[in-house]
Write a protein that binds this ligand. Structure first.
Ligand SMILES: Cc1cc2nc3c(=O)[nH]c(=O)nc-3n(C[C@H](O)[C@H](O)[C@H](O)COP(=O)(O)OP(=O)(O)OC[C@H]3O[C@@H](n4cnc5c(N)ncnc54)[C@H](O)[C@@H]3O)c2cc1C
Length: 370
């Protein structure tokens, strides 16, 4: 029986919801909060690589993801006109719409007895050494053995506990994202390389839908004027004649359907705890998305944290074990993701072979046990 009886998880995103479910399965009381009032019903897609699917499978959650998403096992590269120039085998992955993944993870956690409060955040927190006392924004309070900061890359709890210096930095690229009906050609992870140095990517998120992204270099984070995103994206991708890109792009006329954000990254040095407050997911490590692995790392964190908490003789030991098991693996993925980002920034077309080589090598690494 775990020495840890009660855990607060701040943030019910991919990592927080996975941790909530995994901890409930280990018999720990879980209180989960999220600042958003509702589970998201809109959002882009996400690729769950083989390691993420394996971690989900260990919790019995791979099947619902596969039922809702689209599984694929190839990585294809096309030119801007849509001519296929390279296919590599990829480990079995699942593309899925983010709201669907959120529904599956949060549904599992709540179904297993986690208490989930939406529209709530931490007002203040005191680590007493043998417990953590927390006051919430809704006027309630609680006492916990461990508090997990799973509140994402811009984590307030991390800033309050570790200081702002470990926070995110701009990686030199921004990403434009939107959803579209799935063209039949998009049956795998597809990258469309233009000779002028642009990369558009797409993968299926269900039988009927796909997700499209475009990476753009800039020295400083770009700002997009309200209502301009659709026009600006079309201008940037005017050299693309690949039907899978062109036709999807033509359907996106509403700027609100385009999600734009700078790529901000962080990797907090181990250990990931200060006393009984511990970081998980993007709060601890936000890689660039080039390895499509940040969510997978957050899911693995949730599984490993629950294992460490279930097995350790004390809360302190559990948090040491968790950091020790996670840091090296996460650093390898953050480094590979950033190298792929640098290849893209430099010249994606010229670096396409190097990128594919690093991607395949890192896929192999991801297949190793956690
Ligand atoms: C462009 C892009 C593409 C990506 N593609 C992939 C991919 O294909 N595959 C993959 O594995 N990963 C991908 N990722 C990474 C992935 O999205 C993240 O790694 C993942 O969402 C991290 O999960 P998380 O739970 O740590 O954080 P989040 O999912 O960000 O969840 C954090 C939660 O905390 C809540 N929160 C925030 N602040 C507070 C607060 N103060 N109090 C309470 N709650 C709070 C938020 O509302 C949110 O629900 C991508 C990332 C980007 C930017």
């Amino acid at each position: 029986m775990s020495k840890v009886k009660r855990v607060l998880i701040v943030g019910s995103g991919i990592g927080g919801a996975t941790a909530a479910y995994a901890l409930r399965r280990a018999g720990v009381d879980v209180h989960s909060i999220d600042i958003k009032p509702d589970t998201p019903t809109a959002g882009s897609g996400i690729c769950m690589l083989h390691n993420a699917m394996r971690a989900l499978d260990s919790l019995g959650l791979a099947e619902p993801c596969l039922d809702s998403g689209f599984s694929f096992n190839a990585f294809r590269q096309f030119d801007a006109a849509g001519e296929l120039f390279r296919t590599d085998p990829a480990p079995p992955s699942c593309g899925i719409r983010r709201p669907e993944l959120a529904r599956i993870l949060e549904g599992a956690a709540e179904g297993a007895g986690a208490v989930l409060d939406k529209g709530v955040t931490v007002k203040s927190l005191v680590d007493r050494g043998d417990c953590v006392e927390v006051q919430f924004s809704n006027g309630t309070e609680g006492v916990y053995d461990i508090v997990v900061a799973a509140d994402g890359v811009y984590s307030k709890l991390r800033d309050d506990t570790f200081g702002p210096e470990v926070g995110p930095k701009f990686a030199g690229q921004s990403v434009w994202r939107f959803n579209a009906p799935r063209p039949s050609q998009v049956d795998a992870f597809c990258l469309y390389r233009s000779p002028s140095g642009r990369t558009v990517g797409s993968f299926p998120t269900s039988q009927d839908s796909c997700y499209i992204f475009f990476l753009e270099n800039s020295v400083d984070p770009l700002r997009i004027p309200d209502g301009e995103a659709a026009v600006m994206l079309r201008e940037r991708l005017s050299e693309y004649t690949a039907p899978a890109v062109r036709e999807s792009l033509d359907l996106v006329t509403d700027a609100k359907k385009i999600i734009f954000r700078p790529l901000d990254i962080t990797l907090v040095p181990a250990p990931w705890n200060r006393g009984r407050v511990v970081l998980l997911g993007d709060a601890a490590h936000a890689p660039t998305p080039h390895m499509t692995s940040g969510g997978g790392m957050a899911i693995e964190d949730g599984v490993v944290l629950a294992e460490c908490i279930a097995a350790a003789s004390s809360a302190e030991q559990a948090l040491v074990d968790y950091s020790n098991r996670r840091f090296g693996r996460v650093k390898t993925i953050c480094d590979a993701s950033l190298q792929l980002c640098r290849y893209e920034q430099d010249n994606p077309f010229a670096n396409r072979e190097k990128s594919a080589g690093l991607l395949l090598q890192t896929y192999q690494y991801l297949g190793e046990p956690i």
